[in-house]
Write a protein that binds this ligand. Structure first.
Ligand code: PMP
Length: 408
């Protein structure tokens, strides 16, 4: 029996029933941002209709209700990633802001000239540039862990880069461009063995597998709500409590203080210390609805469905003449990056868009990775919990059309 009722699941996502150019939408750009179930849309809209007020401030009823919902969502995040305490769960605008927060507080306070940071060639720009900025400011050395031609992360080569000078390893758990899953537990254990801290970019991983920060033993972990079927404008920084306690605040303003005086200001306890200003209230509250949605389905169940889609997609696309799949790592999930002999990825994207198929074409905010692969760009189909094999067929047929149009 098929217990995964993908049609029932699709009915939860209003946008999936729309058409584009008169054709059913085939949305395969989930690694960029995922669509939202009605429960998330309604949770966000319910805040504005029924319980909207600023949080943590007013003595009045609505402010209390909004604060309770805002904090209930933080509790949900805590359980979802198995953090020890809500003090370890910081709301940010997204993965990018979470990484910049760590670079500009922990990094500025604790790193000094000559210290080393290791990233990998798989990284999204948001896990490269914050470290480059910090390296320029402080005279740090940025080292880059390599991959092989298939996109596998090379654990042995990574290990060779570690030394007592390594203070931070900042790595993606899953590549947004190739789908490669990094053996993150082994990375963390090896990094800790030389005394380095580890930050995990879980922007992609968080939607495709269960993530348990205590089981991983990571020091920091970042993800975005919008890729997890939740709202934009909200994300999470997880940090180990003792590290967050030791870090200076980042942005100054309301919410993050205890007392302010011109003779000196004291800061709020965690997590408020890192949450200056009015937060994304409705978005944070609706993030809980997204977590509830994926938790009810089960991340292992979602992963199994997406595995089927990946296998089917790889098989189906291998019959398209002149198409090469870029990135065939042994451990990977939910993403097929590809190139075609006959057409540039932008042309591929534009032509299949006419068939209603949404894919990403470009460097995927991973220019160093494209350089490593000697490619200017790829086309990328990325699968979510609501995609179907029939949609992959529509994409494959549209790609056949690309061959007919461009191949001579
Ligand atoms: N890291 C990875 C691996 C990503 O895929 C993304 C989003 N494409 C980011 C970081 C940045 O996330 P955001 O834009 O939501 O801050």
């Amino acid at each position: 029996i098929n217990t995964y009722d993908v049609n029932a699941i699709r009915a939860d996502f209003p946008i999936l029933s729309r058409t584009v150019y008169g054709k059913p939408l085939v949305y395969l750009d989930n690694a960029a941002s995922a669509q939202k179930p009605l429960s998330v849309i309604e949770a966000e809209s319910r805040v504005y209709k029924e319980e909207y007020a600023n949080v943590h401030r007013g003595l009045h009823y609505l402010s209390g209700a909004a604060t309770d919902a805002f904090e209930a969502s933080r509790e949900a995040v805590k359980s979802f990633i198995n953090a020890r305490s809500i003090k370890e769960v910081i709301y940010t605008r997204g993965t990018t802001e979470a990484i910049n927060l760590v670079a500009q507080t922990w990094g500025r306070a604790f790193l000094k000239q000559g210290d080393e940071i290791i990233v990998s060639v798989l990284e999204h720009h948001s896990n490269i540039v914050p470290w480059q900025l910090l390296a320029q400011e402080k005279g740090l050395v940025l080292k880059v862990a390599p991959i092989d031609d298939e996109g596998n992360f090379l654990l042995d080569e990574f290990e060779k880069l570690l030394s007592p000078k390594t203070k931070l390893v900042a790595l993606t758990y899953m590549s947004n461009a190739l789908g490669t899953i990094v053996p993150i537990k082994a990375v963390i254990d090896r990094a800790h063995a030389v005394g380095a801290k580890v930050l995990i970019d879980a922007a992609q991983a968080i939607t495709h597998m269960p993530v348990d920060v205590q089981a991983l033993g990571c020091d920091f972990l970042a993800f975005s709500g919008h890729k997890l079927y939740g709202p934009t404008g909200i994300g999470i920084l997880y940090g180990r409590e003792e590290l967050l306690e030791a870090m200076p605040p980042w942005q100054g303003g309301g919410e993050m203080i205890r007392t302010v005086s011109f003779s000196g200001t004291t800061y709020a306890d965690l997590p408020a210390k890192f949450e200056a200003g009015t937060p994304a209230i409705a978005q944070a509250i609706a993030l809980k609805a997204a977590i509830d949605y994926v938790t009810t389905l089960g991340l292992d169940t979602i992963a199994a469905h997406e595995r089927e889609l990946l296998d089917y997609g790889v098989e189906r696309l291998s019959h398209v003449p002149g198409l090469t799949i870029v990135g065939r790592a042994r451990e990977r999930a939910s993403i097929i990056s590809f190139a075609m002999d006959c057409a540039h990825p932008h042309d591929i994207g534009t032509v299949i868009d006419q068939a209603g198929v949404a894919v990403r074409a470009g460097h995927h905010c991973a220019q160093p990775l494209m350089e490593r692969l000697c490619l200017p760009a790829t086309a990328r189909a990325s699968f979510a919990l609501y995609n179907t094999k029939a949609e992959i067929d529509v994409m494959a047929e549209a790609l056949d059309k690309v061959v007919k149009m461009f191949a001579r």
